[in-house]
Design a protein around this ligand. Structure first.
Ligand code: KG4
Ligand code: ZN
Length: 338
């Protein structure tokens, strides 16, 4: 007889404290996210020390609320799935330390989940893509393309050689004085901008599935400096067009790379995940491409694209079923390949 499994997921990899209870790897009973955006906004990016301090303050109330909202009890939880990297080491330590404490106190098993694996599995909370599929993870820390052949079977096709796509959004936002996180505000402003005004470079990195976004960011920086040097007070007038032109350059590369991967691998299923997958224009362009190429496209809801612990619980479910338990020796890693 099939037994229901309840997994408590915890993610503190970056600047959000999140806890979630997921049933059988697919059904979200609760997904609590405490954002730190307000703390980091004034610095134009995440300040690691402030992030870890805030995780310390929030981890207990967030886990508490996740348990309460799920309608379960900590005693009913079968396992704790915690993100152990990649991410900010000080932030990861809080989640891992806390997971070990409750595991020890309540005699619960722990499974360790790679943050990228969490992003890949976020789609399973709403959909069931068949294996194999192409997985594009586009977030603040990563831009990577994988073939996912099954649980624990990941082949990396390419990754960014410098900035991640989300990082480029955040840096360009800072240049334009739009604050942090940059993605949502550039997404919004681009709607009133003209993407053909500025012809920013697209780094296609030939013969490779790798990405590169730092040249694009520099090109935007040079354009901003040129505008300011000519007419010091006019930057605000150009912000929507710069936003739209920058965003179009990022999206052109992401869509083209996925198209190449479809052609090269013959895999006709694509899963998008990570914070940048919340971008409205990227979602539209990917949908159009999927229709034209007659492929299946899976897009998680916007709330499941950005960091959340439900995705960690979803991936953790598979680790638990496979018996991949970890011990009290668990230590997070800032750099952790999938
Ligand atoms: O997945 P995520 O929450 O955290 C990481 O694992 O990095 O991604 C955060 C990133 C940030 O860089 C943020 O600017 C970007 O996702 N982002 C967006 C949008 N919403 C969030 N980028 C473009 N368009 C959006 N709508
Ligand atoms: Zn993430």
């Amino acid at each position: 007889m099939y037994q229901t499994l309840l997994i408590l997921g915890i993610d503190t990899s970056c600047d959000d404290t999140s806890a979630s209870v997921v049933r059988d790897g697919i059904e979200i009973l609760s997904n609590v996210i405490s954002s730190q955006s307000d703390i980091h906004k004034k610095y134009g990016g995440i300040v690691p020390e402030l992030a870890s301090r805030r995780h310390i303050e929030m981890i207990v109330p967030v886990v508490d609320e996740a348990i309460k909202l799920s309608g379960t009890d900590l005693n009913e939880i079968d396992a704790i799935a915690v993100c152990h990297g990649p991410g900010l080491i000080g932030s990861l330590l809080i989640g891992c330390g806390f997971a070990k404490s409750i595991a020890y106190a309540r005699k619960k098993p722990i499974v360790a989940v790679n943050h990228l694996e969490g992003h890949i599995f976020s789609v399973f909370l709403e959909n069931r893509p068949a294996f194999p599929f192409l997985s594009l993870i586009v977030s603040g820390g990563h831009t990577s393309l994988y073939i996912v052949k099954g649980f624990n079977q990941y082949i990396e096709l390419g990754r960014t050689r410098d900035d991640a796509a989300g990082e480029a959004f955040d840096k360009v936002s800072k240049l334009l004085g739009l604050g942090y996180p940059g993605g949502p505000v550039i997404d919004r402003l681009s709607k009133s901008g003209d993407a053909s005004v500025f012809n920013f470079p697209r780094a296609y990195v030939p013969e490779s599935f790798d990405f590169s976004f730092s040249g694009l960011k520099t090109a935007v920086k040079m354009e901003v400096e040129r505008i300011i040097s000519r007419t010091p007070d006019s930057l605000a007038l150009f912000v929507p067009d710069i936003s739209a032109s920058f965003q179009a350059a990022v999206i052109d590369v992401l869509v083209r790379k996925v198209e190449w991967a479809i052609i090269k691998t013959g895999i006709k299923r694509v899963v998008l995940s990570g914070g940048v997958a919340a971008n409205s224009e990227l979602r539209e362009r990917m949908k159009r491409m999927a229709e034209e190429r007659e492929i299946e496209l899976f897009l998680p809801s916007v709330s499941l694209c950005t960091d959340n612990a439900a995705m960690i619980a979803a991936a953790g479910y598979h680790h638990y079923r496979a018996g991949n338990l970890v011990s009290m020796d668990l230590n997070p890693k800032a750099y952790l390949p999938l």
